[in-house]
Write a new protein. Sequence first.
Length: 297
Amino acid sequence: MKKIAFFFLLTFAAQAQQEALRMAYPFLPLAINPADAGAYKIFSAKGVFRKKPLFQNIGGASSSQELMSIDMPLNKGDWGLGFLGFNTDQSFATSSGMISSNLGLAAVFSKHWNWGRGHQFSVGANSGINQYPILGKSGTSEMLASVGVGIAYRKEALTLGISKPANRLDGLGDDPLYVQASYYFPVANLHTLKLGTVIRKDQETKFDVNAVFWFQEKIGFGLWYQQTGSEFGDPALLGSFEVPLGINFRVGYSYDFLGKNVTTLGSSTTSEASGFHQIFLSYNLDFGLGKLGQFRP
């Protein structure tokens, strides 16, 4: 219980904005901490397709987004290399007046130190470009560079991390400073429960919590509460499930039960329940380090 309670005692502050890539961290952890690149000593390619609503209504707003990450170990796992990319059909103004990017690419590098029984300390950095449309100038946009950094510590089932994944070089708004913690433990007969938290700040500190239960390592059911889980900063409550398909593939799905969508008909505007549907696919490959067969909740 002390380890579980520890997750809820961490807090850091930063000024930031949310983007679709960062909000997809339940399936793309590399999106918020570059120190994760190559940390598990396997090649891993992950993709997420997000859509809201699943079927568009007349007069209703819609959004579709494609997000991906690739990472792999180098030099027997002492280093890591990764890539991030995302493309969305919309950009959103934030409450602070900034504009979230709708297209981005980044390269990720990491260094890992391993010692004792399962201790690992990692540092990482990413550098990339993001496309930011300019409000009031229809059809124009600009490409702006950003850099990010992160550190992580792992000891068997425990993971801790601190990161700031995107700092715009023009000084006009950055992503939050993230603090992460997770721990998983067996609950009898190959069942596993993983608990975690992510703490970050936009104009104020936000706390996310999550729990994923794996039934005999064959199917995982998750619940993710994200206090700023949408482009407009609204809370999200994701229900998710994941299924391994052999040792190389994993597929998953999640839905935001708190999501809303705006419908405009004539002069009237209404809001209705319609959260993001997310489809997840992961492909993993052993790079000769014998780590592919290890179960990772």
